[in-house]
Design a binder for this molecule. Structure first.
Ligand SMILES: Cc1cc2nc3c(=O)[nH]c(=O)nc-3n(C[C@H](O)[C@H](O)[C@H](O)COP(=O)(O)OP(=O)(O)OC[C@H]3O[C@@H](n4cnc5c(N)ncnc54)[C@H](O)[C@@H]3O)c2cc1C
Length: 258
């Protein structure tokens, strides 16, 4: 963990902070191989993080968390990031064919249907579409922005082709590798056997993401905010008003009521 932000919160000390990462399987970062993964684990634990592998959350009530490995602790913040699911609308409120996970059954050319049967005038792309991954036979394309953005562009081209009486093209995208930041200024990148660690991987991650932001207008805005943060530090914002937007009004009203 990066404790440099503590100076912005005089009411907090290093001892008040503790991070537990709970993972149901036997490994974190499945996208990278064993060596780089072990390095990430050492980095995480070296910063004081607690890693619980092959562990699930049994309960989280009134700020008290119990884990299946027997450990329990109090916490003020829980970040739940365990998987995603198809929206209820797609899962149960259309007559489109869906998989057992509720995703829309989609062909590699992004038309809804199977190899044998096409649903006329129905197309799908993105997280909720079950699209066969032609680069990894036997699997579906991974629900991430890399695929969603490319599928969206192909879907538009295929719609146009269809209107002009041409055959739609199939979606095929080979992974460009995995990249992740591990806090400010460090990260990891892996493409096949090429592994980059530390500040260079962090820069690659930032560079890739700014290039992936749609439109030049947005790219410049995002880059400007990052550059400002590099010189002046992160912009600190209180989330209290987001969680309880009425609180400021009621407090003010109470204080001015005679
Ligand atoms: C915290 C987080 C971090 C992520 N980080 C990465 C990353 O680093 N790299 C990466 O590649 N991917 C990342 N992803 C995944 C990526 O965001 C998704 O794969 C991608 O946004 C999927 O695009 P989509 O168009 O299919 O769905 P979405 O982007 O979810 O868009 C669906 C849209 O449909 C709208 N909608 C829903 N229901 C209805 C309705 N009934 N009527 C009308 N509109 C409706 C929603 O409001 C939404 O705007 C991340 C996701 C999350 C949650």
């Amino acid at each position: 963990m990066n404790y440099s932000r503590l100076k912005s919160y005089p009411g907090l000390s290093r001892e008040d902070l503790s991070l537990h990462l709970v993972e149901a399987t036997a490994r974190i970062l499945p996208e990278v191989s064993d060596g780089p993964r072990a390095w990430v684990r050492r980095l995480f634990e070296g910063r004081g993080g607690h890693l619980h592998l092959e562990t699930t959350v049994v309960s989280a009530t009134d700020g008290h968390v119990v884990l299946s490995d027997g450990s329990e602790f109090d916490t003020d913040l829980i970040i739940w990031s365990a998987g995603n699911a198809a929206t209820r609308l797609v899962r149960g409120h259309t007559d489109l064919p869906v998989t057992t996970r509720g995703l829309i059954q989609t062909r590699p050319d992004l038309r809804v249907g199977t190899d044998d049967e096409i649903v006329p005038d129905a197309w799908a792309a993105g997280d909720d579409a079950a699209i066969p991954d032609l680069a990894v036979p036997g699997s579906l394309t991974v629900p991430n922005a890399q695929n969603a953005v490319r599928q969206g562009k192909l879907l538009a081209k295929n719609l146009l082709a269809n209107l002009r009486g041409r055959e739609p093209k199939e979606y095929r995208h080979s992974s460009l590798g995995a990249v992740a930041t591990l806090g400010l200024g460090t990260g990891i990148f892996q493409f096949r056997r090429i592994v980059v660690r530390g500040p260079l991987a962090w820069l690659m991650h930032r560079g890739y993401h700014v290039l992936a932001v749609p439109t030049w207008d947005r790219k410049v805005r995002v880059l400007a905010i990052w550059l400002a943060a590099a010189f002046y530090g992160r912009d600190i914002v209180s989330l209290a008003s987001v969680q309880q937007p009425r609180a400021a009004f009621t407090t003010e009203a109470d204080s001015t009521t005679p």
